[in-house]
Design a protein around this ligand. Structure first.
Ligand SMILES: N[C@@H](CCC(=O)N[C@@H](CS)C(=O)NCC(=O)O)C(=O)O
Length: 269
């Protein structure tokens, strides 16, 4: 999300990819330096803006928008009532730390991605799991990684997210009835949805975005994919095809048909 925002604004930036503890044995995000200097909560992204480490993607993008970039685009409106409305959408479509997983549209996505994370966690050495237990500052993530390592949650956890996911799509579709983007002009909330939808495609849930029940979502998704920032910030950057193939063979996601049925049941059109 932050990379897409940087490209939308046209900023030049340096990036450093670090090794996360759910992917790698030699985790950078649990190192003493990372936890003491970069981010005490042990997560990415973090953006160094003029010497200040700014954390949490939603807050980072709002801060970034205070600067005028070469592309002269504003991702946030000026008026306070519109900012208030956008803030609601932004936090609804990201991993908001104050919301229980699976209770907002944004927090449903990591639950559907559990299959991917579990494949990675199961490859870790036992020593790395002990490192997570000892050092990870986030209790709920620590527990999730340990359970994924010794047991399996990938098929059980998705259903928790069904309701908020479907309601989120209904709400998004409704909002697009008269507009090309959620708020007429492209904003921070559209960046979040670009990333959520991209992840859904990666994990085999893309077909829900094409359903006839949603009149507006598939053309909106096309519009998002046609932005240069999608190419530059997402497609040109991520490369985890092999691991996706392993986690979701033939791009099959076990939740797809259940979600489609639920959408049909709600008789949305
Ligand atoms: N609310 C945070 C969530 C950040 C987050 O969950 N980052 C994940 C990667 S997408 C992470 O750092 N995971 C490593 C870990 O939990 O140990 C944000 O939006 O920046």
């Amino acid at each position: 999300m932050v990379r897409v925002a940087l490209h939308e604004k046209g900023f030049k930036y340096q990036h450093k990819v670090i090794k996360l503890c759910d992917h790698y044995d030699d985790a950078d995000n649990l190192s003493k330096e990372f936890l003491s200097v970069v981010n005490p909560t042990g997560v990415v992204p973090v953006l160094n803006i003029n010497g200040e480490f700014v954390r949490d993607s939603a807050y980072i993008i709002e801060r970034l928008d205070e600067f005028e970039g070469p592309n002269q685009i504003n991702l946030w409106p000026k008026e306070s009532d519109k900012r208030q409305e956008l803030r609601k959408w932004v936090y609804d479509t990201t991993i908001d730390e104050n919301v229980k997983l699976g209770k907002s549209f944004g927090t449903t996505i990591p639950l559907f991605s559990t299959g991917l994370i579990e494949v990675l966690v199961k490859k870790l050495k036992l020593k790395s799991i002990l490192n997570i237990i000892l050092r990870h500052p986030r209790k709920e993530r620590k527990i999730a990684f340990v359970v994924m390592y010794f047991l399996s949650i990938k098929n059980r956890i998705g259903p928790i997210a069904y309701e908020a996911f479907v309601n989120g799509l209904i709400e998004i579709d409704k909002n697009l009835d008269t507009k090309d983007y959620l708020f007429k002009d492209f904003t921070h909330a559209d960046i979040n949805l670009m990333c959520c939808f991209h992840r859904l495609e990666e994990i085999g849930l893309g077909p829900v975005l094409e359903m006839d029940n949603f009149k507006n979502i598939s053309s909106y998704w096309e519009r998002l994919k046609n932005r240069k920032s999608y190419q530059e910030g997402i497609l040109g950057f991520t490369d985890h095809k092999e691991i996706l193939k392993e986690a979701f063979p033939k791009n099959f996601n076990p939740h797809l048909n259940k979600l489609k049925n639920l959408i049909e049941e709600k008789n949305i059109n």
